[in-house]
Design a protein around this ligand. Structure first.
Ligand code: NAD
Length: 503
């Protein structure tokens, strides 16, 4: 028996009425475990109407009171951590430790948002002219929506709605249809924490639901995280419809390894960064650019046995270092890329194709894969594979390595491993990348800084969380006021009794 999921609108669970459903799998076993309803346009409009009705009351609630709801929400997440992690892992596939880590990263944004009274403090200039003062304040955009990917079903929604709600907006979350349960549960916990009904709604669905969010004039801002092709569509359509849009998209993150790097440290870092969460992270390292053949040989020599012995298993196996990928289609796509790499002449050092786990023969497992001698014209270099595949590219010089990073289509993250301060400084200064690490393989900014890439990794002007999040979800209002000093003799504050116009 598969479980039927629901939407969460107006503070309650709502059964889907469209008659359309998508299967939700347990990637560890390959079984269909749940069915998620795909909303009709009318159901989405219902969620928008609920968010619009909740807006006046919520936006007028003092920021300190909104923060109190977020404090309570934080406690509830901690209390329900195991349950939430189980929802993430059983639908996404990542091991429980990873799931908990991702929820904790989301929680940091909630903690940042708890400081909203301070973050919303405005600016004030006294006496810009005689008796004239100027005040700038930030006010909520209104009804906002978030469309999120499968790979972080708790963390990515938590990049969005805590900031949107803290700043006085109401929010509609459209989670990935592959792993929707965690998003729904978070909304229930937010309601339990004291957010009035309608302040946070969750609508499940696909393109049909998204297109309503993109076109309905009541929605003022859209946050999207997902693939570049869809992100471009969301950005262009949302902007054409007059909405504020931030679309965080695909990635191909390079790790440059200099000849002077601590290679043991670099190899350990690359293991976690390339294969953690089965490579299904937008900040995963998928390319290692080794500077010089000696560096490349030594790096591959260290990596090969580690990749070979990666322990793959279901999410709840405490010994597992890596779980399955999200769907059968994702497994087929990743294995097809490995075929393409081989066909293009890359050297396959460790082959992750055809993995079958005893007792989990139908699970969507792909083994850790390592390529050497990858060149920049190959599809495994150019495309985001979004799986446990690391490509080693050999550069002759640092300049050549840096240029590869600069020339790549994507600009989410990049890292340099070196002991040379000059090289590190030059790299961080010159690369056209949003998040850069020095001896840090996954430079995901903490919640009080902001997360976002450049180039085809982000469309729009704002990154998420930190002050960028506050700015994205608010509009600036500036008031210029003149208060003449003192009441002048003869000043008139009411209509003249003899006035013939009343003006
Ligand atoms: P996806 O683009 O397939 O889906 C993302 C969302 O868009 C989902 O909610 C989905 O229902 C919706 N969607 C899918 N097709 C649509 C269509 N035709 N019209 C309208 N909406 C549609 O992405 P995914 O496979 O769920 O997630 C993986 C991608 O997300 C990777 O490319 C990864 O790099 C990216 N990602 C980026 C970041 C970042 O911060 N840059 C973070 C996490 C994931």
């Amino acid at each position: 028996m598969t479980q039927e999921l629901f939407h969460y609108i107006d503070g309650e669970r709502r059964k889907g009425t469209s008659g359309r459903f998508a299967d939700v799998y347990n990637p560890a076993t390959g079984d269909i475990s749940k069915q998620v309803p795909l909303a009709s346009a009318d159901e989405v409009r219902g969620a928008i109407a609920s968010a619009a009705a909740a807006l006046p009351g919520w936006s007028a609630t003092p920021a300190a009171k909104r923060a109190q709801v977020l404090f309570k929400f934080r406690d509830l997440i901690l209390k329900h951590m195991d349950e939430l992690a189980e929802l993430v892992s059983t639908e996404h596939g990542k091991i429980l430790d990873d799931a908990k880590g991702s929820i904790t990263r989301g929680l940091e944004v909630v903690e940042f948002a708890c400081g909203i009274p301070h973050l919303l403090k405005g600016e004030y200039s006294q006496s810009v002219a005689n008796g004239v003062d100027v005040m700038s304040a930030r006010q909520p955009v209104g009804v906002c929506a978030g469309i999120t990917p499968f790979n972080f079903p708790a963390m990515v929604p938590m990049w969005m709605f805590p900031m949107a709600l803290a700043t006085g907006n109401t929010f509609i979350l459209k989670p990935s249809e592959r792993d929707p349960s965690c998003g729904i549960r978070l909304a229930e916990l937010m309601f339990e924490a004291g957010a009035p009904k309608g302040v946070l709604n969750v609508i499940n669905g696909d393109k049909e639901a998204v297109d309503v969010l993109l076109s309905d004039p009541t929605v003022g801002a859209i946050s999207f995280v997902g693939s570049t092709a869809i992100g471009r569509y969301i950005y262009e359509t949302g902007c054409a419809n007059g909405k504020r849009v931030q679309a965080l998209c695909g990635a191909k993150n390079h790790m440059v390894i200099m000849p002077d790097a601590d290679l043991d440290q670099a190899a350990d870092a690359a293991m976690g960064a390339a294969y953690g969460s089965a490579g299904e992270r937008c900040m995963a390292i998928s390319v290692a650019v080794a500077v010089g053949d000696e560096t490349a040989d030594a790096f591959v020599h260290r990596m090969a046995p580690k990749v070979q012995s990666l322990k793959i298993g279901p999410y709840n196996d405490p010994a597992a270092e890596m779980g399955p990928v999200v769907t059968k289609e994702a497994k087929a796509r990743i294995e097809d890329y490995i075929d393409q790499g081989v066909a293009a002449g890359a050297e396959l050092v460790v082959d992750g194709r055809g993995v079958r786990l005893q007792g989990y023969e139908n699970g969507f497992y792909v083994g850790g894969t390592l390529f050497d001698r990858v060149t920049t014209d190959m599809s495994i270099y150019k495309d985001e594979i979004f799986g446990p595949v690391l490509s080693v590219v050999r550069a002759k010089t640092y300049e050549e390595a840096k240029q590869m990073v600069i020339d790549h289509e994507y600009g989410n993250g990049a890292a340099i491993f070196t002991r040379d301060g000059d090289a590190a400084r030059d790299f961080t200064q010159d690369v056209n990348i949003g998040m850069v690490g020095v001896n840090v393989p996954i430079p995901v900014p903490v919640a009080y800084h902001s997360f976002g890439g450049w180039k085809a990794s982000l469309f729009g002007d704002h990154a998420v969380h930190g002050m960028e999040g506050v700015r994205f979800y608010t509009k600036l209002k500036t008031v210029t006021a003149r208060w003449p000093s003192g009441i002048k003799e003869g000043a008139v504050f009411n209509f003249h009794s003899g006035s013939d116009t009343g003006h």
